[in-house]
Design a protein around this ligand. Structure first.
Ligand code: ACO
Length: 193
């Protein structure tokens, strides 16, 4: 997705992480530049959030700049500096911890504060070329999350296929809410040797 402004100064690397201040993590600049960048970032997040909602057939976007401002969630954005004159944004992944009631393998309700995959979108023209994997792996590494410990909010068939293919996530633990959790979600970490 291309924008009316130049994306190169915002994307100093191909994947940037953005939190509630609407600035890329590690942003450096004066107040004027921060305001200008946050305004552009809001536009990027709103456009990508709307495209994600359309791709999933949702009437309202899960991701907007205003919603991000009110949370401690993180958005990872994937840019392509070589598309068009201004570059393009081709992927979005939103994650964050949420308090959830989930059933364990025995059907007992557990209250957990789980890392969640909340929104994920790669531009239609770029799907199935490994960009989603690239974005997801970067998120796992930066957040220090493990795939089987993630709760996934209302996953699409494409996302279920993606998680099965790349992370071997297949067997789910049935839930009553919209979240999908996988076998291994409740496993205790192995003690350090
Ligand atoms: N049909 C079926 N499976 C698909 C499709 C598709 N059109 N596109 C991707 N996948 C799955 C498959 O497992 C595929 O492997 P395969 O090509 O060997 O079958 C694998 O993903 C490809 O991996 P990547 O290329 O790394 O993934 P991609 O860049 O396509 O990103 C994503 C995956 C984000 C799910 C993307 O397809 C997309 O944006 N889909 C539309 C929006 C969507 O459904 N988002 C998830 C909503 S749920 C949520 O966000 C919590």
């Amino acid at each position: 997705m291309e924008f009316r402004f130049d994306l190169h100064p915002i994307f100093n690397q191909s994947i940037i992480k953005v939190n509630s201040n609407l600035l890329p993590v590690g942003f450096r600049g004066d107040r004027r530049l921060a305001l200008d960048t946050a305004t552009k970032m809001a536009e990027i997040i709103n456009e990508m959030g709307s495209a994600s909602a359309r791709a999933q057939g949702l009437s309202n976007p899960v991701t907007t700049a205003q919603k991000l401002r009110m949370t401690d969630q993180n958005i990872y954005l994937l840019g392509d500096p070589n598309q068009g004159r201004n570059g393009a944004v081709v992927g979005l992944l939103k994650v964050g911890k949420k308090s959830l009631y989930v059933f364990d393998q025995n059907g007992q309700t557990q209250m957990v504060n789980a890392p969640c995959v909340l929104d994920f979108y790669v531009h239609e023209s770029r799907q199935r070329s490994g960009l989603g994997r690239n974005l997801f792996d970067t998120m796992l590494q930066q957040e220090d999350f493990v795939p089987q410990k993630l709760a996934v909010d209302r996953p699409s068939d494409k996302l279920l296929g993606f998680l099965r293919k790349h992370y071997g996530l297949q067997k789910t633990i049935p839930q009553m809410n919209n979240f999908v959790v996988y076998d291994g979600f409740f496993e205790k970490p192995k003690p350090q040797e």
